[in-house]
Design a protein around this ligand. Structure first.
Ligand SMILES: Nc1ncnc2c1ncn2[C@@H]1O[C@H](COP(=O)(O)OP(=O)(O)O)[C@@H](O)[C@H]1O
Ligand SMILES: [Mg+2]
Length: 261
């Protein structure tokens, strides 16, 4: 799933010559969106209704999501916890359009994600969603500076002033020429967060982003993320195992028996 995201980005870049209607539509929104990004707007960025997803395991259906409802506002920072296997990653994958739902609706701003084709979902992900995973997924052959700008360049949304601000706020100034293997896990995750926010997404999704970090580093990285989300006004949905970290966000939701409590 995760690698598919970065594969899709590369494919979208390769397809730049044959711009689809969906892509044209997303691009035409850029001006409006850039205006919107830097104020705290009390609008719903993500609205999910009655979302369901069933997998098949050894011929038996596994009903993972059984009617998930969720609303998230611009600038709102929400934690999602739940037992292992409760469907947290599945939910994030559906929101990001990495997989298709079986029923229900997901709306990201004015776009109904659940009605988009694979290509439409890839465009949406590129232009409006930032993704951060437990494994940092930086590109080993690219410097920190190039990793940071990677998604924004592909999306045609590179903004030098915003990238410079991200570098400063994330404390990456002295690391720009290094490669991922030459920096610590906490530093790598700061680069991954910068990469995800460099496009000024409408929504930042993070799946256990601090899972590979020690407690102090995890708190530092999350504090930086909270501040940056407040700065950009995007929505932030973070899956975590840590009740302590979950309590530092605006809201804490739990996924249990296929629904959000
Ligand atoms: N692609 C898949 N095919 C079959 N079963 C899957 C697939 N993805 C997830 N599952 C199953 O769905 C359930 C929820 O998985 P997941 O969303 O990864 O849970 P969590 O992130 O909460 O630990 C698990 O039982 C898992 O085995
Ligand atoms: Mg998971």
């Amino acid at each position: 799933m995760v690698f598919r995201h970065f594969f899709d980005l590369a494919a979208l870049k390769a397809n730049n010559g044959s711009t689809t209607n969906a892509t044209r539509h997303f691009r035409s929104r850029c001006a409006t969106q850039q205006f919107r990004q830097f104020r705290l707007a009390p609008f719903i960025v993500l609205s999910i209704r009655n979302l369901s997803k069933t997998f098949s395991s050894a011929g038996e259906p596994v009903h993972v999501l059984r009617g998930v409802d969720l609303d998230l506002r611009h600038g709102e920072r929400v934690a999602l916890t739940g037992e292992s296997g409760s469907g947290k990653s599945t939910l994030l994958h559906l929101i990001a359009g990495l997989d298709a739902a079986d029923g229900g609706t997901i709306r990201l701003e004015e776009i109904e994600v659940t009605r988009l084709s694979d290509a439409g979902r890839a465009s949406l992900r590129r232009d409006r969603i930032g993704l951060v995973f437990q494994q940092f997924n930086l590109i080993p052959s690219l410097s920190v500076a190039d990793n940071l700008a990677f998604q924004a360049r592909i999306a045609g949304r590179h903004d030098a002033a915003w990238t410079k601000e991200l570098v400063e706020r994330l404390g990456l100034g002295s690391l720009l020429k290094r490669y991922p293997e030459q920096i610590s896990g906490g530093q790598q995750q700061r680069v991954a967060i910068g990469r995800a926010l460099a496009t000024k997404p409408s929504l930042l999704l993070a799946d256990e982003p601090t899972g590979n970090l020690d407690e102090t580093t995890a708190e530092d990285v999350l504090a930086l993320t909270r501040d940056l989300v407040a700065r950009t006004g995007c929505g932030f949905l973070m899956v975590t195992h840590s009740l302590h970290l979950a309590a530092t966000l605006d809201r804490h939701l739990t996924l249990h028996a296929g629904r959000i409590a």
